[in-house]
Design a binder for this molecule. Structure first.
Ligand code: NAD
Ligand code: UFG
Length: 333
């Protein structure tokens, strides 16, 4: 039996592939390489000594998915595939709804056709919307998303919840990620944004590498200890390990569960930047600029449900996150 990782060549998917293989699981990857490169499959092999089976296909192509399911015994899907840039989703909403919703629907339909009964979905803390109060807990209302990307996550959660109501044999785990950062300690795989990074950690890493001359800190007038935004940064390897446990959980349970994957700790933009400077011995020049539209002041998880249901807890701290982000960035130079 194999676990299918859609979008498995991407940032979180590739780290999950490594942890799945390390845990002795058989995996198959499907990715259209829209936001990743085929060489990631070689790197997964280099890290683990096992080459995962790979299909370069689009998850919106049902025929292609049917072929994958007919050639492999897939008992669980981890659905990572999707577009993820918040700002771009505001510019190109139709593309985001089409790709994210269509790929999820195709995966769900083909799973049904082949009797595959468990799915782990990459959701996001963004589904809690702008009115939620920290720490975010899974039973809080969702919705009120501030951008089309967030709405796609909200809608796919709803689709999967409905699907689990209709099919009592189905097991759905909605993993709501907080802010994944860091990279595999080998420095071989990591986050490789195209163009100017939108996210904080890759931007800091590019300033450290001399690719950008300074960090713009978006707002210093939030209601937070130092006025800058607070986030629940989580090491991508911890996140990946959470998926391994979620797959086991999904196989033994029915119904639909939403689970936060965060550390439960909030760090500010300035705290993260200073930790990066201290751990790596590199100065990061910065300037305060106005708030970025749509940003929240504070966002962090109540991480107790993941501990309770998955026996998962983040093990790596902010120093490892900064060390490994720089380790990957350095390797790319
Ligand atoms: P990523 O872009 O690195 O990985 C996504 C992968 O999916 C890419 O390799 C891309 O080529 C592939 N893909 C996109 N559309 C596809 C399609 N139609 N068919 C096949 N492959 C397709 O992103 P990531 O950071 O690894 O995120 C993985 C998932 O986690 C996404 O669904 C994302 O929305 C979600 N998520 C990410 C974050 C984050 O901060 N990185 C936070 C919350 C949720
Ligand atoms: N920030 C800066 N300068 C930058 C980039 C970011 O100051 O150049 C600040 C932001 O204002 C925010 C913090 O750093 O306060 C984190 O910003 P990111 O862009 O790294 O992350 P977000 O919290 O905005 O968004 C991330 C993911 C989304 C996901 C959301 C909630 O990118 O996909 O977390 O999980 F929806």
């Amino acid at each position: 039996m194999s676990v299918l990782l859609t979008g498995g060549a991407g940032y979180i998917g590739s780290h999950t592939a490594v942890e799945m293989i390390n845990a002795g699981k058989e995996i198959v990857i499907v990715d259209n390489l829209y936001n990743s490169e085929a060489k990631v499959i070689d790197l997964i092999e280099q890290i683990t000594g096992v080459r995962p089976k790979f299909y370069k296909e689009d998850c919106c192509d049902k025929k292609a998915l049917e072929k994958i399911f007919s050639e492999n015994e897939i008992d669980t899907v981890i659905h990572f595939a999707g577009y993820k840039a918040v700002g771009e989703s505001v510019e190109k909403p139709a593309e985001y709804y089409r790709n994210n919703i269509d790929s999820a629907l195709c995966v769900i339909e083909v799973m049904k056709e082949f009797g595959c009964k468990s799915i782990v979905f990459s959701s996001s803390a963004t589904v809690y919307g702008s009115d939620a109060t920290v720490p975010y807990k899974e039973d809080m209302p969702t919705g009120g998303c501030t951008n089309p990307y967030g709405w796609t996550k909200y809608m796919i959660e709803q689709i999967l919840r409905d699907q689990a109501k209709a099919d009592k044999e189905l097991s759905v785990v909605l993993l709501r990620y907080f802010n994944p950062v860091g990279a595999h300690e080998s420095g071989l795989i990591g986050e490789n944004p195209k163009g100017i990074p939108n996210n904080l950690m890759p931007y800091i890493a590019q300033v450290a590498a001399g690719i950008r001359d300074h960090l713009n800190v978006f707002g210093n007038d939030y209601d937070t200890p130092d006025g800058t935004g607070v986030r629940d940064f989580i090491h991508v390897v911890d996140l990946a390990k959470g998926h391994v446990l979620a797959v086991d959980y999904a196989k033994n349970h029915k119904g639909c569960e939403a689970i936060n994957l965060g550390t439960g700790n909030g760090y500010s933009v300035l705290q993260l930047m200073r930790a990066f400077e201290d751990v790596n011995g590199i100065k990061i020049p910065y300037e305060f600029t106005p708030r970025r539209a749509g940003d929240l002041g504070s966002c962090y998880a109540d991480a107790s449900k993941a501990k309770e249901l998955l026996n998962w807890k983040a093990g790596l701290g902010i120093n490892e996150m900064c060390r490994d982000s720089w380790g990957y960035q350095k390797n790319k130079k």
